[in-house]
Design a protein around this ligand. Structure first.
Ligand code: FAD
Length: 378
């Protein structure tokens, strides 16, 4: 279910409960604190300022969280080498259905199929949005058209800079996710990079874990610091692991690619990929397939469903399928997903995501160079 429908779905289900109260267009501006305990929020609404009192306030207001900031919770910032310029272009029936991604000359473009439009992400080195805007809209459109030739006949839909939203990427994590009367979850507790497309999964998992742990203490009015600590304890490990993988990807793949350098997969990631495949495939055969020791071409120029490194295809002039699969974070477990295709042509790196409606989240590309895990015995 797409995110926008999911939010409406949740709101709709919530309305079945007599005590559910959803206030749209209400912006939390501050916390109400009494004797060291958070007892609610102050909010700005179209009807004026209001106060909402609560036994427990949950900050889930995203990576620029006001709640976390007003609570004075300390965070560790891990940095991100990129920001994203986010815009839509129409999608025609004749267009491919596949997610598109392309990296070239320090620029990167990803297009996500949203049925009637393409959600486009033009990935830029951190802090360079103003520089790109100074270059002018024509130059920007031209660059988009070069990276994604499919868009060339509709670039005038980017009428002005208002159509292009800057999404700043952050990776950070609170040291403590709570204070008396307050809990932060989702990006408010740990801002996720878009890499791997798992931030929403983690946020939903935080919410589910928090609900399961909190329901009884809330009903009996016994929410203590230990209860809130239990939520952090339950969710911190998967968050740490996922952020660590994202940071490795950022520093070794996205960052160098945006500087026009050859991305390099850290040894850890190659190892992780094989370990994950082994842990979740269950059979030796499936592990070998996941590690790229089997070959299944699925159409011209495509290599699908594989992870790993193919020494036989290491000719830099030819097609190389050096690919690390998308890692999806599902139910607290990492699993390796199928159906990605990746084509390397000279200095140009292109990948295509051959998702056919399965439970695939996103792809992560690795340009593996001389890696040769496939030469290891199966
Ligand atoms: C460019 C980019 C692309 C991404 N792409 C993906 C992807 O494809 N898949 C994926 O899984 N993750 C992706 N992520 C990560 C993902 O967006 C987040 O991890 C996820 O949305 C976190 O969910 P959340 O509910 O904690 O916060 P959010 O989704 O950010 O929701 C926070 C909500 O709080 C509201 N809010 C903010 N401030 C206030 C306030 N003061 N008062 C009241 N309400 C407030 C906001 O309007 C918003 O509705 C991406 C991140 C970036 C930066």
């Amino acid at each position: 279910m797409p995110q926008w429908d999911f939010l409406n779905f949740i709101a709709d289900r919530g309305r079945r409960f007599r005590t559910f109260d959803l206030r749209m267009r209400a912006e939390a501006t501050g916390l109400i604190e009494e004797q060291g305990q958070i007892v609610g929020v102050r909010a700005k609404t179209p009807e004026g300022d209001i106060e909402i009192r609560a036994d427990l306030t949950v900050g889930c207001d995203g990576r620029h969280s006001t709640v976390r900031e007003r609570a004075g919770l300390e965070s560790d910032d891990y940095g991100a080498p990129m920001d994203v310029m986010w815009f839509r272009l129409s999608r025609k029936p004749s267009d491919s259905e596949e997610t598109f991604g392309h990296i070239e000359g320090g620029r990167m473009m990803v297009m996500l199929n949203r049925n009637d439009y393409w959600q486009c992400a033009y990935v830029i080195p951190k802090g360079t949005a103003d520089e790109i805007k100074c270059g002018g809209l024509d130059e920007f459109r031209q660059s988009v058209g070069q990276l994604a030739p499919l868009t060339q006949d509709r670039l005038d839909e980017i009428e002005n800079w208002d159509k292009v939203k800057l999404l700043t990427v952050a990776v950070d994590r609170l040291r403590r996710w709570y204070r008396p009367g307050l809990l932060c979850i989702g990006d408010a507790a740990h801002a996720m990079s878009p890499i791997g497309g798992v931030g929403i999964n983690l946020a939903v998992q935080d919410a589910v874990a928090a609900a399961n742990i909190l329901v009884q203490p809330l009903l009996s009015g016994t929410v203590t610091l230990a209860t809130l600590q239990a939520v952090q304890k339950r969710r911190e490990f998967p968050t740490r692991v996922t952020q660590r993988v994202q940071i490795l990807m950022q520093n070794n793949i996205i960052g160098p690619a945006l500087q026009g350098k050859r991305p390099k997969a850290p040894f850890f990631m190659k190892l992780l990929a094989v370990a994950v495949a082994a842990a979740h495939s269950g059979t030796r055969d499936r592990t070998r397939r996941a590690a790229g020791t089997h070959s299944h071409a699925s159409g011209t120029g495509k290599q699908a469903g594989r992870l790993g490194f193919h020494p036989g295809r290491s000719d830099p002039g030819g097609l190389e399928a050096h690919f690390i699969k998308g890692l999806a974070h599902k139910a607290g477990r990492l699993c390796v997903l199928d159906k990605f295709a990746h084509v390397r042509q000279g200095s140009r790196l292109a990948f295509r995501h051959a998702d056919r409606g399965r439970r695939i989240e996103k792809s992560i590309v690795e340009n593996a160079g001389a890696g040769d895990l496939a030469s290891q015995p199966g």
